[in-house]
Write a protein that binds this ligand. Structure first.
Ligand code: FES
Length: 106
């Protein structure tokens, strides 16, 4: 387990998302309902960055072809058969830490 600093809370306002890179892994940070979540920043369709899409009403929408994901779980909404890889997150003070080596069970 290696937690790496991904951002600060100032970088990631409530209701927003942010794309970062940790050890070469594209990571999508989501701040929703007072919780920070981290998913792989890669659409399951053709691999574009979801951080370039939108986050509205708890739904991440890919800008390329509008595939949608639940921002709380990473589960596909449209289509339902996909799921984003998620990572363990910890917040220490103002720092958001992510472990890209360990996938979080959901
Ligand atoms: S690449 Fe995301 S919907 Fe096609």
């Amino acid at each position: 387990m290696t937690m790496r600093k991904a951002a600060t809370l100032d970088d990631l306002w409530s209701g927003s998302m942010l794309g970062v890179s940790i050890d070469g892994v594209p990571v999508l940070l989501v701040n929703l309902d007072g919780m920070i979540r981290a998913f792989e920043d890669r659409c399951q369709h053709q691999g574009v960055k979801l951080s370039e899409g939108s986050l509205r009403c708890g739904v991440i929408t890919c800008f390329a072809h509008a595939w949608q994901y639940d921002a709380r779980t990473g589960k596909g909404i449209n289509p339902e058969r996909v799921r984003l890889r998620s990572f363990r997150v910890d917040v220490r003070g103002d720092d958001v830490l992510v472990d890209v080596a360990e996938q979080e069970a959901r």
